[in-house]
Design a protein around this ligand. Sequence first.
Ligand code: SAM
Length: 252
Amino acid sequence: MHVFRLKGNFETLDAYTPLLFDLGARGLEEKPGEVWAYFPTRLELPLPGEWAELPDTDWLEAWRRDLKPVRAGPFVVLAPWHRWEGPEQRILLEPGMAFGTGHHETTRMALEALAERVKPGMRVLDLGTGSGILAIAAQMLGAWAVGVDNDPAVIPQARHNAAANGVSPEFFLGTLENAHGVFDLIVANLYAELHAELAPLYPTYLVQGGHMLMTGILSERERLVDNAMRAQGFESLHRRPEGEWVHLIYRK
Ligand code: SAM
């Protein structure tokens, strides 16, 4: 396993998190004065840091040990070894090599928004499904959920996580056009530039009046996404800032 060491901590480097995962990071870990990003192969990164080598299992074990349950709306996200007595609906996730354990604000805000907006029987698309967490939550809320991701490594993990929760969203390798359908709601935890690029495609995959739940957006890039969505005729319904992130909801 290759590790890219960046100076800082989770808070100061939070803005880079989606980019690191997008570039192929399989997990992040906070160390004194540094954040370690684990990659299956070395690559050219547009970020300041240094590469180092580790035996394959180290990082996963350390990360597992430190992982805490996360509450989000009616849900609590648990690893299989966590014990939980509360009334929350449990989402069990085997912490693996995909983004989406609920620990990132962007995922947590999406879970909370899904809980408020998803009604039984709705068709929901989770674009960039990662661990499958948002598709799993949507299905638990009574939706017919589909998850797509363009990283082949995450699809088996998403399926495994869904089975562990007794739900069966469909997972496809690819992106919007591989989702096979038109949806009442799309939830997407992607970065701002990608949302802006995909905005012209979103209407094709949403019913009239359908909702777009957009997360992964740094507040300073909100304008970029908002302009792109308004240019497609979307109506802004809600914005929720948290830390450096903003969660945006639009209606077609
Ligand atoms: N949905 C999970 C969550 O909210 O925690 C994971 C979100 S993670 C930030 C983004 C995911 O989107 C990654 O798994 C990445 O592989 C995937 N992704 C990036 N670009 C994509 C694209 N154009 N189409 C489909 N998936 C994409």
